[in-house]
Design a protein. Structure first.
Length: 572
């Protein structure tokens, strides 16, 4: 039966879509005004759902039409769903404030098609994500994911250039391959167990061929939508070529929908089917994403492409949680801690990455370019913008008191308890890679320009503060998390010798990586033998990334990953 506050779940989904439909009817500059009415209302509804969840013993539930599953469809919001509903609402509001400068329509100006489309798509993405988080069955989740894809693809090509149109088409086609695989898996589950409702299915599913096949197909399809390496064929051109306000939505929000569904499948629907070996493969792909994405990010010449490739790397962190859900005996006994760590990492990434993309867009708007090697003097010309970029990067490094720090600490504790020491190396080393591209940009923007900067176009202070606010939210996330169900003992004093030593070691490692892998030397002087070796290594990574992102390679990788997952699940 429906619980108190259950109707709020339907409101959270319907409000953005109703706003979108009204916007289509009203048209023009009224769409933006309508969006700014919907956004605070949506945030208030998310907060009310969180309050209802805290008051309920179990999840908040709403039965559509009053019919219980399997005859009817239920909307459910448990802890992970509530956390994501709140986080997405905050990020959407921050992005909306930023987008006023790029897609606003002040009085006396001509209405643009791009502005009209952007606000409609922003609301559509928000409604689709809310449906992903509260859906109680796998078919409704499929519908939500498709809505999310068809809202996200047009955001890529808002600029209207041929390059962005090609990127959008590549995104659409590869995402549709993922959709087909997911739907095939859902059909198998329905045929085998007679239901797609998540709690009912979790009680029936068993480790047998039909479940192994379904989990393999659905997981690989969702990995293609999430762009986990080496299935990231569409992400760099899509995120790097879209307008900054659209890139922030794509990187911070859209990819979280398919990732959240992988979380649901592995930890809630089929925990008895998932195996330790398959989880190791999933995290291994995440580790490869961290290394390749970070190295190629350090080789980029444009700031937005650097942030896009850092997204490839940060997606990898979201998949390190899966082996941590297993104990030393190979049983999924630690899934609650692993799930909490993954959610913290996802929220920290959403807030920080939105701020970084917004900052990169402001740099381009002010200077007319975002070439990293020509950003000398940008810190003096755009202090708030560059502070937002650096704070977002530092938050992703996992320093105290960022959300990424708390996520990393939870995963490190899990790795220690389960004896998976190798993931400790990945978690600690990944922070060094993140520090590398933060240091690279910081060194460039703090340099004194050889000649005074050309005319710097004014940029909206509201946009700058929105970017800084989201970056600070990521940096201070663990303070808010400590007030909730997580113990405050997880937090450490950032000025303690241990934390200071760790932070300094990470920064020093980042300096060495940036000095060795950057396209142009950070310091004046001749090229040493070590520098030539590291540059050659960076070029090899770039070439490998180019090969992996070609269509034949991506499709072959899709098939090989599916075969590997199937084999590892069967062997368990």
């Amino acid at each position: 039966m429906s619980t108190d506050g259950g109707l709020l779940l339907a409101a959270a989904v319907l409000l953005p879509f109703v706003g979108m439909l009204l916007g289509m009817l009203l048209g023009g500059r009224r769409v933006q005004r309508l969006a700014f009415v919907v956004m605070p209302l949506g945030l208030a509804i998310a907060a009310a759902i969180a309050d209802a969840w805290l008051r309920e013993v179990g999840p908040v539930v709403y039965l559509l039409g009053g019919w219980s599953p399997p005859l009817g469809i239920a909307l459910r919001a448990d802890g992970p769903a509530v956390a994501m509903l709140l986080a997405v609402a905050v990020v959407v509001c921050g992005i909306g404030l930023f987008a006023r400068a790029d897609f606003g329509t002040p009085r006396g100006t001509v209405e643009s098609r791009g502005a009209f489309t952007y606000w409609l798509l922003l609301l559509a993405v928000w409604g689709s994500l809310n449906l992903v988080f509260v859906s109680g069955d796998l078919f409704t989740l499929y519908v939500a994911l498709e809505l999310l894809t068809f809202a996200g693809v047009p955001l890529v090509c808002l600029a209207g250039s041929g390059e962005t149109l090609r990127a959008a088409l590549r995104y659409l086609l590869f995402a549709l391959f993922g959709s087909v695989l997911y739907l095939l898996g859902a059909v198998l589950l329905y045929g085998g167990y007679g239901t797609l409702d998540i709690p009912l299915l979790a009680g029936k599913v068993a480790a047998e061929p039909i479940a192994w096949t379904a989990l393999t197909l659905m997981t690989v399809g969702l990995l293609a939508k999430t762009a986990l390496f080496p299935l990231h064929i569409w992400l760099p051109p899509a995120h790097g070529g879209a307008p900054a306000a659209a890139s922030a939505v794509l990187s911070a929000l859209v990819i979280k929908g398919s990732w959240f569904l992988v979380l649901r499948l592995w930890l809630d629907v089929m925990p008895g089917v998932a195996s330790m070996a398959a989880a190791q493969l999933l995290a291994g792909m995440g580790a490869a994403a961290i290394v390749v994405g970070s190295v190629v990010a350090l080789r980029q010449q444009r700031l937005k492409l650097l942030v896009a490739y850092s997204t490839v790397a940060q997606i990898g962190y979201l998949f390190l949680l899966f082996p941590m859900a297993f104990d030393a005996a190979g049983e999924m006994a630690m899934r609650e801690v692993a799930q909490a760590a993954g959610l913290l990492q996802a929220i920290a990434h959403a807030t920080a990455k939105a701020g970084m993309f917004m900052a990169a867009g402001l740099v381009y708007a002010a200077l007319g370019h975002d070439r990293i090697d020509e950003l000398a003097g940008a810190a003096r010309a755009l202090p708030v913008t560059m502070l937002a970029f650096v704070v977002g990067g530092v938050a992703l490094m996992g320093v105290v008191p960022s959300g990424a720090y708390l996520a990393k600490k939870l995963l490190l504790d899990s790795a220690d308890q389960s004896g998976q020491w190798w993931w400790t190396l990945v978690l600690q080393g990944g922070a060094v890679f993140t520090a590398g591209y933060v240091v690279l940009v910081l060194v460039r923007v703090l340099r004194r320009p050889a000649a005074p900067l050309a005319e710097v176009a004014p940029v909206s202070m509201l946009s700058q503060l929105a970017a800084l606010g989201l970056a600070l939210a990521s940096l201070l996330l663990s303070l808010a998390a400590a007030l909730g169900p997580l113990p405050s003992s997880l937090l450490s004093n950032p000025l303690s010798p241990k934390e200071l030593g760790t932070t300094l070691a990470v920064l020093l490692g980042g300096v060495l990586l940036a000095a060795g892998l950057a396209r142009r030397p950070m310091l004046a002087g001749g090229e040493s033998a070590t520098r030539r070796l590291t540059v050659g290594l960076g070029l090899a990574f770039e070439r490998g990334d180019y090969i992996v992102r070609r269509w034949p390679s991506a499709m072959l990788a899709l098939l090989l990953i599916a075969a590997a997952f199937g084999a590892l699940l069967v062997r368990a």
